[in-house]
Design a protein around this ligand. Structure first.
Ligand SMILES: Nc1nc2c(ncn2[C@@H]2O[C@H](COP(=O)(O)OP(=O)(O)OP(=O)(O)O)[C@@H](O)[C@H]2O)c(=O)[nH]1
Ligand SMILES: [Mg+2]
Length: 369
């Protein structure tokens, strides 16, 4: 039984829970919209908030759903996951249900699930989403970043898969983002089950890293053609820029994992100071070395990173640039009306008044000669 559980909230969250279930994770979902959740057929445990039919991209609807039903939600989560050590709540930051519900729900679960750590898989929208989605995303990320005692926050960046496959449809991008994030987590969890003569990376090491508060990324790099330690370091750095997560921008890793799988002769090219030069040496490093004859792969886990302010500013810039236009759009909603140029023409439609019933004598008298 895997020690990490995935709780999807809202449509995107449910889609991630679906992939998690196919990879053998305990998975459950919560939604305000039954029709969205029913398509995730691999997820067995589902809670649909009664009396709702989606949140219509309105975060306050999601928030109200938790306020009114948090006891049922907490019971549902307790019943859905058995013997897990870390629960990751997955959701998109720019819709209404997942974005509005998840920060408060995570905060409540941190108190209510004893012995279970709680982190997040939060989706950052791609560059094409409109103002309303950007506002949701910014509000949600601010709330997530303030939660006390939260474990790893994985920021899945929908722009990253678009960058690598510009021709793909939105659905293909969503599916490959969801698959990559769950495969990355599944992969590091599987490594903890292997044993090695040279240094094990065990489940306690992994949980130590993942229970660090802050932003976490996991990435892997195939280093077959590397010749020097600096080749290896630069391949690892590239993998931090090209993973499914928001690219690493600054220094400040608190805990990290460094795992090597491959032939012995390549293992010596891994130089810890060179790898961490760009992000600063972490407080603690957990290493694992697994000698195999397959292609050499280095997997890194960086935890405790600051929120990526440049990436998030790119989300907010479009709002800032359009501030006046957006403010006038909203004030117009209440005041706008249409003035016609042909108000004079309405009189054309006025019918002459009906003839009144006359008096016979008066009519006869009009014709007298
Ligand atoms: N990576 C990924 N992103 C998704 C997926 N589905 C939707 N998104 C993102 O999530 C946003 C829409 O959020 P949803 O998850 O549909 O919203 P919701 O939480 O169901 O909230 P409401 O529909 O407003 O009730 C989109 O703009 C995308 O940014 C998915 O399967 N994977
Ligand atoms: Mg939805």
């Amino acid at each position: 039984m895997k020690s990490i559980g995935i709780l999807g909230v809202g449509q995107a969250g449910g889609n991630i829970a679906e992939i998690a279930a196919t990879l053998g994770f305990q998975a459950a979902l919560i939604n305000t919209n039954q029709r969205d959740g029913l398509v995730n057929t691999k997820v067995e445990r589902k809670y649909f908030v009664p009396g709702y039919n989606g949140a219509g991209q309105n975060r306050s609807v999601g928030l109200k759903a938790v306020n009114d039903n948090y006891r049922e939600m907490i019971d549902f989560v307790k019943q859905s996951f058995k013997n897990i050590k870390l629960l990751l709540v997955a959701f998109s930051t720019d819709g209404g249900t997942g974005s509005g519900m998840s920060p408060l729900l995570i905060d409540l679960l941190l108190d209510q699930l004893s012995g279970v750590n709680v982190g997040a898989i939060a989706i950052v929208p791609d560059r094409n989403v409109l103002a309303g989605n950007r506002i949701n995303a910014a509000e949600c990320i601010v709330e997530i970043s303030k939660i006390e005692g939260i474990s790893s926050v994985f920021l899945v960046d929908n722009d990253q898969m678009r960058k690598l496959n510009p021709q793909s449809s939105k659905q293909q991008i969503y599916l490959s983002s969801n698959t990559q994030v769950m495969e990355a987590i599944s992969n590091v969890l599987q490594i903890t089950q292997k044993s090695s003569l040279y240094g094990n990376f065990d489940e306690t090491d992994l949980l130590n890293i993942l229970c660090t508060r802050g932003v976490t990324i996991i990435s892997s790099s195939v280093i077959t053609d590397a010749k020097t330690t600096s080749d290896v370091a630069s391949k690892i750095h590239q993998s931090w820029s090209n993973s499914v997560f928001c690219p690493v921008e600054s220094t400040g890793v608190i805990r990290a994992g460094l795992i090597y799988e491959g032939p012995e002769r390549m293992a010596k090219l891994i130089n810890v100071p060179a790898v961490f030069e760009r992000v600063g040496e972490p407080l603690e490093l957990f290493e694992g070395t697994y000698i195999t004859e397959s292609d050499p792969v280095v997997t890194t886990i960086l935890a405790g990173l600051p929120f990526p302010s440049r990436r998030l500013a790119s989300l907010e810039d479009l709002l800032e640039k359009n501030k006046d236009r957006l403010q006038s759009l909203v004030s117009k909603e209440q005041s706008q009306k249409y003035e016609s140029q042909i108000t004079w023409a309405s009189s054309l439609k006025v019918r002459p008044s009906e003839r009144k019933a006359g008096n016979v004598t008066t009519t006869l008298s009009k014709y007298q000669r």
